[in-house]
Write a protein that binds this ligand. Structure first.
Ligand SMILES: NC(=O)c1ccc[n+]([C@@H]2O[C@H](COP(=O)([O-])OP(=O)(O)OC[C@H]3O[C@@H](n4cnc5c(N)ncnc54)[C@H](O)[C@@H]3O)[C@@H](O)[C@H]2O)c1
Length: 247
């Protein structure tokens, strides 16, 4: 493939990218970015979770570095982004993948702490991480932020519950707002909204970014176009081509 290493020289931070092969979509995204030449910073909540993915990327000849931290803590978010810049000299791509899903009680029985924790990780986390990253991206007039959303954010009926659905809906709003505010400065954002069957834990996140694709889930979910990072992509989807980088 001619553009196999089209992310050469770029630095990407992926949140919630634990446990290498056994991990979820974040590990797959980190591997995919590294395989295209990006230097990848792998985040998750513990050093052990992070180390497995870092080791896996390095074994495949990629460049990776790990940093443990909690995306829902504003100071941690700033620390992780600043450490990325200190380690690699820059941050070009932020993938807000970390999230907390799972079954929770129905609204009338939902405890405060469950609501607050999930919204903190799934919505405030991407905000804190994006704010910290934009502080480096905007002055350089280059950067790309990808928020991993969910079909739960655009339609109801998912089993995940109110906090997850609400947070993922809010994430779409945050993405729109950041796109509006920062596209003119060269730091647009995009939101990928996979349905459940697209990124179940065993699925390689690389699929999400490898090409334009339209998928139909086996549960009659309407067709959804997933974001792609191909050079020729249009419609607000990030383009990391060298031409764009130099603008
Ligand atoms: N799996 C699905 O069916 C599905 C469907 C639609 C969207 N998504 C989205 O895709 C993304 C990845 O999902 P997944 O299935 O791989 O989930 P996953 O649970 O395997 O991965 C989420 C990761 O986030 C990490 N994390 C949780 N809280 C954190 C925090 N405070 N700080 C840092 N990291 C934290 C977890 O440790 C975990 O490694 C999520 O944003 C999820 O909402 C998943």
């Amino acid at each position: 493939m001619a553009d196999e290493r089209w992310l050469d020289g770029l630095v990407a931070l992926v949140t919630g990218a634990r446990r290498g092969e056994l991990g979820g979509g974040g590990a797959g995204i980190a591997r995919a970015l590294a395989s295209h030449g990006a230097q990848v910073v792998v985040n998750d909540v513990t050093e052990e979770l992070v180390a497995a993915t870092v080791g896996q990327i390095q074994q495949r000849g990629g460049i990776a570095w790990g940093i443990a931290g909690d995306v829902s803590a504003p100071q941690d978010a700033q620390r992780m982004v600043d450490a990325t810049v200190e380690h690699f000299g820059r941050i070009d791509i932020l993938v807000n993948n970390a999230a907390l899903g799972g079954l929770v009680p129905a609204v009338e029985h939902l405890p405060d702490e469950v609501w607050q924790r999930q919204v903190a990780i799934d919505l405030s986390g991407p905000f804190f991480m994006s704010r910290a990253a934009l502080r480096h991206m905007v002055p350089r007039r280059f950067g790309r932020i990808v928020n991993i959303g969910s079909l739960a954010g655009v339609r109801t009926g998912f089993v995940s519950g109110a906090p997850y659905t609400t947070a993922k809906s809010g994430l779409i709003g945050l993405t729109r707002q950041m796109a509006l505010e920062f596209a003119p400065t060269g730091s647009p954002s995009t939101c990928s909204c996979p349905p459940e069957s697209a990124t179940r834990r065993s699925c390689d996140g690389a699929r999400i970014f490898s090409r334009d694709e339209t998928i139909r889930s086996d549960r009659s979910i309407p067709k959804v176009s997933l974001a792609s990072w191909s050079r020729s992509s249009a419609g607000g989807i990030p383009d990391c081509s060298p031409e764009q980088r130099s603008r």
